[in-house]
Design a protein around this ligand. Structure first.
Ligand code: SF4
Ligand code: SF4
Length: 117
């Protein structure tokens, strides 16, 4: 019998249970793009603005397999520049909880050393 992909069960509604901050940010983002321009993350396969847009479109998989999530340095420039006063920085960091469970997680090598000890 074909084994079900375990990650298919996770939906945007799960964010509400796991993390109300992220869900509120996704729902309230007006897609102005400012946080994307302000971001200092070194790896930019996505940006905070793009993350939020993809989540609005239900494209959770693309977000959770991005390298950007692990590249966020927590500078909070995204949150400070948001005209909606959304806590974008917290949302980005909390998405890592889901990303770490993804079968195609792009967990950085240097962090892997710590979690496998
Ligand atoms: S907190 Fe993270 S996502 Fe926000 S601007 Fe800084 S590096 Fe980018
Ligand atoms: S700055 Fe705020 S409203 Fe604009 S894209 Fe980022 S989260 Fe959305």
């Amino acid at each position: 019998m074909h084994e079900e992909h375990p990650f298919r069960e996770i939906t945007l509604q799960d964010l509400e249970r796991l993390d109300p901050v992220t869900l509120r940010t996704v729902r309230s983002c007006a897609n102005c793009g400012r946080c994307g321009g302000a971001c200092l993350a070194r790896i930019r396969d996505l940006s905070p603005a793009r993350v939020l847009r993809l989540l609005q479109l239900g494209r959770l998989d693309e977000v959770l397999t991005s390298r950007f999530l692990w590249s966020c340095i927590g500078c909070r420039r995204c949150s400070r520049c948001c005209p909606q006063e959304l806590d974008v920085a917290t949302a980005v960091v909390r998405l890592r909880r889901l990303a770490a469970r993804h079968p195609r997680a792009t967990f950085p090598e240097y962090l892997l050393r710590y979690v496998t000890r």
